[in-house]
Ligand binder design. Structure first.
Ligand code: DI6
Ligand code: FE
Length: 401
């Protein structure tokens, strides 16, 4: 149905800027934006339906491009331990950390995993998220990774959100491969990836490049295999130390390198040349009480696109609000509210390889947008989370969330 949306202002995010249209009108048709511009220039012609947005600000639907939203159990006990001074790496060395979530995830049925992820994903949707990436990485064997990815797909089928799945089998060394991380990487490359890709469960492949996870050489084997299977790659890089994983990711035309607190200027140059998006995760920075900030000025200087995401996970970022991450991106990393909004729309779309179809309000793109009852676009980064009054439009249809 051809629909005219009017009595609104738009922050279109074309070119990653606010690109504001005051007194805007939007025509949607067959799930796409057919026209957007100043109401005064509205093309003549019939629309079957007209919707008065009552002065709202319209932005693209928000995109959370880095989550681990599917997992068993929680780790609030470790949170208490860390507050008493025990380090994240120390907890991991004692068999806690990622390993404890792996145990809980392996033990959970697909049904139980779905039920536990559901309210977390619903919280993100209430915050204006219309596209969501979900990683595996707490299964670490073929059956358990498959289980996680199937749950992620099902969330996308049953909820009003577009889900992109990422296989993060190279997240940690599972107990049955203890002390044999090279063998586990061989297992990931030779046994796990191909069937998961063939089953249509993998939109991208990711790995954790870090001292307490996998070396650049090990990660590279995973990236090579993924590319050979025709799947784009991403990387957790320079979160806790500088291994130049982000430069490595750029060599494989990664969609994104994520975290990046310890990246160098050279890494930024490599990412810019490859068009690899920098996904910053202020929730993890905050929750781990890190002090080294990602080099935002170097990213800007070299023209690397910056995205922001929740990193929703039980260990380092139990974050259920993408707008809270926008605020943290501004407060902790000194992004502008405009950069924060680009970070959860156009640049997040690019981090998922969806830049041509999502992330800005432009004719021809998917009609996913939010009409917010706010005074200015910066209000989205200003409030510390909370439920802002909004109307959600997905594929051109107003959607209850
Ligand atoms: N970096 C993170 O912050 C999460 N994974 C990763 O590679 C942590 C995951 C966890 O602690 O459960
Ligand atoms: Fe992560």
């Amino acid at each position: 149905m051809k629909t005219l949306w009017h009595h609104c202002h738009a922050a279109t995010l074309v070119d990653g800027r606010y690109a504001i249209i005051e007194d805007a009108a939007i025509i949607t048709h067959a799930g796409l934006i057919e026209w957007i511009g100043p109401r005064a220039q509205l093309p003549v012609g019939p629309c079957e339906r007209q919707v008065d947005l009552q002065g709202a600000w319209v932005t693209p639907g928000l995109i959370d491009c880095h989550t681990h939203a599917v997992f068993g159990g929680t780790r609030s006990g470790e949170f208490e331990q860390r507050l008493q001074g025990v380090g994240y790496a120390e907890i991991a060395a004692q068999g806690g950390g990622i390993a404890s979530t792996v145990r809980a995830t392996r033990a959970a049925s697909e049904e139980a995993l779905y039920a536990s992820a559901l309210p977390r994903v619903q919280a993100l949707l209430r915050d204006g998220v219309t596209t969501l990436e979900i990683k595996s990485g707490y299964g670490l064997d073929l059956a358990s990774e498959r289980k996680m990815l199937r749950v992620a797909r099902r969330l996308g089928e049953q909820l009003p959100v577009t889900v992109r799945t990422t296989c993060l089998a190279a997240h940690a060394v599972p107990p049955e491969f203890a002390g044999r991380s090279d063998d586990y990487i061989t297992h990931v490359c030779e046994v796990m990836l191909a069937p998961l890709v063939e089953e249509g469960l993998v939109d991208a492949v990711d790995a954790f490049c870090e001292h307490l996870a996998f070396s650049p050489a090990q990660v590279e084997r995973v990236l090579i295999k993924a590319r050979a299977l025709g799947v784009p790659v991403k990387l957790h890089a320079e979160q806790l130390s500088s291994l130049h994983g982000s430069s490595l990711a750029a060599r494989y035309q990664a969609l994104s390198a994520d975290h990046l607190e310890f990246m160098t200027e050279q890494d930024a140059i490599a990412m810019a040349a490859a068009g690899t998006v920098a996904v910053l995760l202020p929730g993890a920075f905050y929750f781990l009480r890190e002090t080294q900030r990602p080099p935002v000025d170097a990213l800007r200087r070299h023209g690397v696109r910056i995205a922001l995401a929740s990193d929703l996970n039980p260990g380092t970022s139990p974050g259920l609000s993408l707008r809270l991450m926008m605020n943290m991106g501004c407060t902790l990393f000194r992004l502008t509210p405009e950069e924060a909004l680009a970070g959860v729309t156009l640049n997040a779309a690019k981090a998922l390889g969806m830049g041509d179809s999502h992330g800005s309000l432009q004719a021809g793109k998917v009609a996913d947008f939010i009409a917010w009852q706010i005074e200015r676009p910066a209000d989205l980064a200003y409030w510390l989370g909370g439920d802002l009054p909004k109307r959600v439009v997905r594929h051109g249809l107003e959607t209850a969330i």
